[in-house]
Design a protein around this ligand. Structure first.
Ligand SMILES: [Zn+2]
Ligand SMILES: [Zn+2]
Length: 229
């Protein structure tokens, strides 16, 4: 079967379905998003049992809120970088810090309201910094460790240059008005190093978890701007 991929909006998040010889689901959906996920699968005519892996870009609350229901529906094992295994398995991940003023205000407000009530989910595959190839699923791509937004963030880079980055880039109105680097991150220097890795390995088109796709040149320009004196 020829490789294809699809975006499924799930609450404020995008999940992505990568369909090669087997199907891999990227990310576990935002709060209240499970009905969107079921509708998305139906619209694409995909049997949930086709999904053989649920791969998390990271385990912040908005990426694991529908995970338990998705796991029950599909029967698929869950993979996440080992630095965030405990977040998924406790159902109690932290909030990321704000990078700019807006991000700081947003997280300040969120902290007052934030009561994660997420069903814990067992992680079957806690991968390390070396990532892994998706060839075993018949998908032309690899999982690359790209820390910075969170300590276990990972991206999925296809051989053709499309890259699914979770929150290592953002493009949604409630986060930032234009596409670019994340406004919430544990370590911005690491975010930039991660982008240098992805660009060196051939990233061309960015598929963020929040918002629509955009070209990697946007990130390249933003990084160049930060280093201007
Ligand atoms: Zn996040
Ligand atoms: Zn997010």
């Amino acid at each position: 079967m020829a490789f294809t991929f699809h975006r499924i909006p799930v609450g404020i998040d995008n999940c992505y379905l990568l369909r090669g010889e087997q199907t891999v689901l990227v990310d576990g959906g935002a709060p209240g998003g499970f009905p969107d996920f079921e509708r998305g699968l139906q619209a694409l005519g995909i049997d949930p049992a086709e999904i053989k892996l649920i791969l998390l870009t990271h385990a912040h609350a908005d990426h694991i809120a529908a995970l338990a229901q998705m796991k029950t529906l599909t029967g698929a094992p869950v993979a996440v970088h080992r630095n965030e295994r405990a977040w998924a398995e406790s159902g109690n991940p932290p909030l990321p810090p704000g990078v700019n003023l807006y991000g700081k205000i947003m997280i300040g407000l969120a902290k007052r309201l934030y009561r994660p009530d997420i069903e814990p989910v067992k992680v079957e595959r806690a991968f390390g910094d070396e990532g892994f190839s998706l060839a075993e699923y018949g998908i032309p791509g690899q999982v690359i460790f790209t820390p910075g937004h969170s300590p276990g963030s990972a991206s999925i880079l296809l051989d053709s240059g499309e890259v699914f980055v979770g929150d290592t880039a953002m493009n949604a109105w409630f986060l930032r008005l234009t596409p670019g680097l994340p406004i919430l991150a544990e370590d911005m220097e690491k975010v930039i190093e991660s982008w240098q890795t992805l660009i060196a390995q051939g990233a061309k088109t960015i598929y963020p978890a929040h918002g629509k796709a955009f070209p990697v040149e946007v990130i390249r320009r933003e990084i160049a701007g930060r280093f201007k004196v």
